[in-house]
Design a protein around this ligand. Structure first.
Ligand code: ATP
Length: 580
C-alpha cells in the first residue's frame, strides 16, 4: 500500500460537531447541581427570606389598620415584634442564602471545570487542531461559568418561590377564599404571559448568546494573534470589521434578551396590580358585612404585591435556563464522547520503571499512523531502533512525516504495528510512563510569560537555582542569563524577549532537567540564525555523549553525517533510506 493509502472508514469517528444526545445535556446540567447537603441550606434560607418578605408586608398592613382602631397596646405587641423579626429575618436570610448558595455553586463550578479539562486532556493536542481556540476558550471559561446559574438562578429560585407561593395562597385561602382564587388565577396568567413574552421576544436570542460569545472571542483572538501580519498587509481594518460584526450580533442578541425580560417583568407588575385591585373589589363586601375584619382585609390586599415580587424570579429563571441549556449543549459538543480515531487511549496498565534494564530504549517495527480525522496514512511500515548514546538524524522533504513520527513517539497520535519502549509495547503503558522516557522539544518551544526560573521549574519542580544555572550553562546560556540579571529575568509573552536560538536552548535545558532518556528535537534550527544553527545542533548532539541518553533530531536542513550515529530518510511516510 502506498503512503497515501486510505484508513479503513470504520476507523473514523472524530466528528466533534455531532449532535449530542439529550442525556449529555441533562448529565451536564445535573452535574452543575451541588450535592443535596450543600444545596439545601441555601434553598431553605432563600425560602425563609421570601416568606419573611410576604409576611412582613401583610403583617405591617395588619398592624397599621389595627393600630388605627386604637386597641390596648398589648394587642399590638406580637405584630410589632413580628414586623421587626420579619424585617431583620428577610435581610439575614437573604444574606445567608447568598453566602450558602454561592459557596455551594462555586465549589461545584471548580469540580465542573476540572472534569471538563479531564475530558479535554486525552484528545489534546492532536484532537483539538481543528477546533478554533477562541471558541474553545469561550466554552471553557464562559460556558462553564454559565452553568453556575443553573443552581443559583434556575433551580433554587423556582423551588423557593414555588414553596412561598403555595404557602401564601393557602394562608390567604384560609382567610378569604375569593382572594386566594384571584391570586391563583393572576399567578397562572402571569406565568403564561411571561413565558409567552420571553418565548416570542427573546428565546431565540438567548439560545444564540453563548455561540455568539464564542464567535466574538474567536474573532478577537484571530486579530490579536496575527496583529503584525495584518498590519503589514494592510488587512487590519477588514479583520476589525469581522470583530465589529460579531460584537454587533452579540449586542443585538443581548438587547433582545433584555427586552424580553423587560416585557415579562412589566406583565408581572401589571398582573400584580390587577390582583390587588381584584382582591380589593372581591373582599370589600366581606368587610362591610362584618365577615372579614378591617386589619385582615388590609393585610390580604397588600399580599399580592409581595407575592408577585417573589414570583418575578420565575420568568427570570426560565430565561436563565434557556441560556444555561445552550451552554451545556456547547460543552457537550466540545469534547467527543469517544476518543476520535487516531488519538491513543491512555492505559494505566504498565510502567517502564518496572522493566529490567533493556538496552533498546525505543523500537518501532512496521509502524503506521494517521492524523485524527484524516483518511490518509502519514506514516507507513516504519522500522527504527534507538539505544542509549544514539544520535539519530531523521530527514526528509516537507510533508514526509517527520513531525508525525515525533508525535507518535510521545503518544499524541496513535499507531498501528509495534512501538516498544524498553521492550514494553507503548499502547500498554500510560501516557505519563511513555512521556517519562521520550521527551519532545518542538519547533517553536512554548515559553510562558514568566521568568526563566518558572520556565524551567515546571520540568523539575524541586530543582534548586544552582541546578538550574548548571543546566543553563551546559546548554550555553549561562553567561546570557547572568547578563540578564539571573533566573528572574522575564522571557516575555510567547518568548518575545528571547531569540529563536535562546528559546530552543531554554527548551533544551527543560528536557535535561526532566531527565528524558530519549529527547526528540523537531526542527530545532527552524527559527535560529544560520550562524548559530551549527553550534546548536552540536550542543544537542553532545547531550547523548556519555551514553546515558539518546537524541533524535528531525531536520530538513543539513546536519554533518559524522556528527550523528545513524540517519533515517522519510519520503511520503515511508523509510526510503537508513544508515547506522
Ligand atoms: N493535523 C493533521 N491532520 C491531517 N493531516 C496532517 C496533519 N498534520 C500533518 N498532516 C499530514 O501528514 C503528512 C506528514 O506531515 P508532517 O507534518 O509529519 O510532515 P513533516 O515531514 O514534518 O513536514 P515539515 O518538514 O514541513 O514539518 C502530510 O501529508 C501532512 O499534510
Amino acid at each position: 500500500m502506498s503512503a497515501s493509502a486510505s484508513v479503513p472508514s470504520s476507523d473514523h469517528g472524530s466528528d466533534t460537531s455531532r449532535r449530542p444526545a439529550a442525556a449529555d445535556v441533562a448529565g451536564i446540567l445535573s452535574s452543575a447541581l451541588p450535592p443535596r447537603k450543600r444545596f439545601a441550606p441555601g434553598l431553605i434560607l432563600a425560602a425563609l427570606g421570601d416568606f419573611s418578605a410576604v409576611v412582613l408586608l401583610g403583617l405591617s398592613m395588619w398592624l397599621i389598620v389595627r393600630a388605627a382602631e386604637q386597641p390596648p397596646i398589648l394587642y399590638l405587641n406580637f405584630a410589632v415584634v413580628g414586623v421587626r423579626a420579619c424585617a431583620i429575618g428577610r435581610a439575614a436570610f437573604r444574606y445567608g442564602d447568598r453566602l450558602a448558595s454561592h459557596d455551594a455553586a462555586f465549589r461545584q463550578l471548580s469540580t465542573l471545570r476540572v472534569s471538563f479539562y479531564e475530558r479535554l486532556l486525552p484528545i489534546a493536542p492532536a484532537g483539538l487542531r481543528a477546533t478554533s481556540r477562541g471558541d474553545l476558550l469561550s466554552r471553557v471559561v464562559r460556558d462553564v461559568d454559565e452553568l453556575q446559574n443553573y443552581p443559583l438562578r434556575v433551580v433554587q429560585p423556582v423551588i423557593s418561590s414555588g414553596i412561598v407561593l403555595v404557602l401564601s395562597v393557602v394562608t390567604v385561602g384560609i382567610i378569604s377564599f375569593p382572594a386566594a382564587l384571584v391570586f391563583t388565577v393572576c399567578l397562572i396568567l402571569a406565568s403564561m404571559a411571561s413565558v409567552w413574552a420571553n418565548r416570542a421576544i427573546s428565546a431565540a436570542s438567548e439560545r444564540r448568546i453563548s455561540a455568539l460569545r464564542g464567535r466574538l472571542a474567536d474573532a478577537i483572538l484571530d486579530v490579536l494573534a496575527s496583529l503584525d501580519v495584518l498590519t503589514l498587509f494592510g488587512a487590519l481594518e477588514q479583520r476589525l470589521g469581522l470583530v465589529q460584526r460579531a460584537d454587533d450580533d452579540l449586542r443585538r442578541a443581548e438587547r433582545r434578551r433584555a427586552i424580553g425580560s423587560g416585557v415579562a417583568a412589566a406583565v408581572v407588575s401589571l398582573l400584580a396590580g390587577a390582583a390587588t385591585v381584584l382582591t380589593l373589589v372581591l373582599t370589600a363586601g366581606s368587610v362591610s358585612s362584618g365577615a372579614l375584619g378591617a386589619p385582615l382585609f388590609g393585610a390580604i390586599v397588600m399580599v399580592p404585591a409581595a407575592v408577585f415580587e417573589v414570583f418575578a424570579a420565575v420568568p427570570i429563571a426560565l430565561a436563565a435556563r434557556r441560556q444555561v441549556v445552550a451552554s451545556a449543549y456547547r460543552l457537550s459538543t466540545a469534547v467527543p464522547d469517544e476518543l476520535p480515531s487516531g488519538i491513543p487511549a491512555d492505559s494505566a496498565d504498565g510502567d517502564v520503571s518496572e522493566v529490567d534494564e533493556v538496552n533498546l530504549l525505543v523500537e518501532l517495527a512496521g509502524l503506521s499512523a494517521h492524523h485524527p480525522g484524516s483518511t490518509e496514512y502519514a506514516l507507513r511500515e516504519v522500522n527504527l531502533r534507538v539505544a542509549p548514546g544514539d544520535r539519530l538524524l531523521i530527514e526528509g522533504a516537507s510533508g514526509a512525516g517527520k513531525t508525525t513520527l515525533a508525535q507518535v513517539l510521545v503518544r499524541f497520535i496513535d499507531y498501528e504495528g509495534s512501538y516498544q519502549i524498553r521492550g514494553v509495547e507503548a499502547r500498554k503503558l500510560s501516557h505519563a510512563a511513555v512521556r517519562g522516557v521520550v521527551g519532545l522539544c518542538e519547533q517553536s518551544p512554548y515559553l510562558f510569560d514568566s521568568d526563566i526560573r518558572q520556565n524551567l521549574k515546571f520540568a523539575a519542580e524541586d530543582a534548586t537555582d544552582d541546578r538550574l544555572m548548571e543546566v543553563l550553562t551546559r546548554v550555553g546560556l549561562g553567561e546570557w542569563v547572568a547578563d540578564r540579571g539571573g533566573l528572574s529575568a522575564r522571557v516575555g509573552e510567547s518568548g518575545a524577549l528571547v531569540s529563536g536560538g535562546q528559546a530552543q536552548r531554554i527548551a533544551l535545558a527543560r528536557a535535561l532537567l526532566a531527565g528524558f532518556p530519549v529527547i526528540v528535537f523537531d526542527e530545532p534550527t527552524a527559527n535560529v540564525d544560520p550562524d548559530q544553527a551549527d553550534a546548536l545542533i552540536a550542543d544537542i548532539l553532545a547531550l547523548a555523549e556519555g551514553g546515558d541518553r539518546a537524541v533524535i533530531i528531525i531536520s530538513h536542513t543539513p546536519v554533518p553525517r559524522d556528527a550523528v550515529s545513524a540517519t533515517l530518510r522519510l519520503a511520503a511516510g515511508r523509510v526510503t533510506a537508513s544508515t547506522g
